[in-house]
Design a protein around this ligand. Sequence first.
Ligand code: ADP
Ligand code: ZN
Length: 194
Amino acid sequence: MSGHYRNNPGWIEIICGPMFSGKSEELIRRLRRAQIGKRRVQIFKPQIDQRYAQEYIVSHSDQKLPSQVISTSKEVWERVDGRTEVIGIDEVQFLDTGIVEVINKLADMGKQVIVAGLDLDYLGNPFEPVPTLLALAEYITKTLAVCVRCGNPANHTQRLIESDERIVVGAGGVYEARCRRCFEPHLRQENEPV
Ligand code: ADP
Ligand code: ZN
């Protein structure tokens, strides 16, 4: 394995934090730099995120980069070209947990895999697969947003509508960034740890 590692510069980078914290901007910045460096880049985003143009990863500040739309981790595995050097995945929390093995295998094969996603759900609980990917990643970036209530650094995504589904797709009006003190997980279930 060590000889394999010497010849294959693969690794995992993860960018995580709440909504509006600049994860997509940072992912786009890193992927653009890889493209400038003439690396072979492939970019994926899950089908479930239909807020914006399907064929792009888009930030809330309207930066965008063309991407391939996929629905499952298996599809990521099948669509990766053997010659690809850098792989970007946005909104990884919308994919099945099989994505952990796929990302790990791609890094083992010598690819640079850059992943962005939410690390906490709307109740403030760790949101798989990001916590597991944090343990496996070589490089970790945690981004914070700005609390819309008080202006402090925000680690939470506050859901503004009533729903106890873990995934409700939306942005402005549905979610906002809040700090630890201003976060109100109203919809916490009775058996949920406090
Ligand atoms: P993420 O991918 O983490 O949801 P994006 O990269 O899509 O974040 O968007 C980040 C941009 O969102 C910021 O550069 C800023 O222009 C805008 N923005 C809107 N609301 C906030 C907020 N509460 N805190 C920080 N940035 C915000
Ligand atoms: Zn606050």
